[in-house]
Design a protein around this ligand. Structure first.
Ligand SMILES: [Zn+2]
Length: 348
């Protein structure tokens, strides 16, 4: 017997919920068992649960300075205790009835919102040095071999065919890892990431250089999932993840870290992209029974595959002949796709 559709998009009052239901459900011309409409997009039990999860859990993710956590959760054991808008209060009854669940305020484990010792030590100028030492020692050194290709994007360069346009910015200091007197060339082997990281718009003149290494480069790989024998609250691995997924307020730490790694003799860093979250569309810092999936062996490959790798090379690697510009192309954006999702505007 097929899993019968119990609800449809027309059953819901909240517009965001309705639109999300349309994207999750399937089309058929039968009358809805709940509201009798025939033109709604129908949802079976599994799809209703997906809708609840995406709208209320993913849709309520809150991002403090470091980390992230949903504000709402649901399960079969609790009665609904969250207060939402009038229309959502009505809609919630449908989920309660069909899934036998209740929605409640989720109390995150504190590590999920950045209560992690090494991360706190990194935020303190006096203690960060010892964590920098650990980072250099505990993360793997990788060699980017000669003739490896990667990309660098420039928007609106003065002379697009001039190779020096694709070296590090002559005015360092604005990025995540560069600072005054410490220029950094940013690139990636994933062209789409470069486009995102450059925050290009359709009005920009965009050029992409294909860069090639002239010699083996020694890099510190901060995207590797390191083995640790500790709890989430002491995890260096999670600290690094959260540091690189945080926005501008974290730059003073990453700039310091970048200088430190350079002084240790590295040519550059491989680091997790800020856009990993957006690109892979997953919940940040997922857990299973409250344990970070980064600490569960079966999930490690998945976790690694969902990290997008960025490349930062110190100095002026084109001028210094560490790398060379193999090719320059003009890049045209045919369209920009925004993937979006809905959630409640107000939670009490
Ligand atoms: Zn309906």
């Amino acid at each position: 017997m097929r899993n019968k559709e119990k609800l449809c998009s027309e059953c819901f009052t909240d517009q965001g919920l309705k639109l999300l239901a349309e994207r999750i459900g399937i089309e058929n011309s039968e009358n809805c068992l709940n509201c009798s409409n025939s033109n709604g997009i129908k949802l079976d039990i599994e799809q209703i649960e997906t809708l609840a999860y995406r709208f209320f859990v993913v849709g309520s993710i809150f991002k403090p300075d470091y980390g992230a956590s949903p504000l709402i959760q649901f399960n079969k054991h609790q009665k609904t205790s969250v207060k939402l808008s009038d229309s959502l209060q009505k809609d919630i009854k449908l989920f309660e009835k069909e899934l036998g669940i209740g929605f409640f305020h989720y109390g995150p484990r504190l590590w999920m919102i950045g209560e992690i010792e090494p991360l706190k030590e990194l935020q303190n100028k006096k203690t960060r040095k010892s964590i920098f030492d650990r980072i250099v020692n505990e993360f793997p050194t990788v060699l980017l071999k000669e003739n490896e290709l990667f990309y660098r994007i420039r928007t609106n360069p003065k002379k697009p065919t001039n190779e020096t346009e694709y070296d590090s910015s002559p005015y360092p200091g604005n990025g995540r890892l560069d600072s005054e007197n410490h220029p950094v060339l940013y690139g990636s082997q994933d062209l789409e990431v470069c486009i995102h990281e450059c925050r290009v718009t359709v009005e920009d003149e965009i050029y992409v250089a294909t860069l090639k290494t002239n010699k083996t480069l020694k890099l510190l790989d901060l995207t590797e999932l390191i083995d640790e024998d500790c709890t989430e609250f002491e995890s260096l691995d999670l600290s690094i993840q959260m540091l690189f997924l945080a926005s501008k307020h974290s730059y003073e730490i990453t700039k310091d870290l970048s200088l430190f790694i350079k002084e240790k003799g590295f040519d550059g860093i491989i680091y997790p992209s800020f856009f990993s979250l957006v690109r892979t569309g997953k919940i940040p810092f997922p857990t299973v029974y409250g344990i970070s999936t980064r600490k569960i062996p079966q999930y490690k490959e998945f976790e690694k595959s969902s990290t997008i790798r960025n490349l930062a090379l110190f100095g002026n690697p084109v001028k210094d002949k560490k790398i060379k510009v193999k090719n320059i192309n003009k890049l045209g954006l045919n369209r920009i796709i925004y993937d979006y999702q809905f959630g409640p505007a107000e939670i009490n």
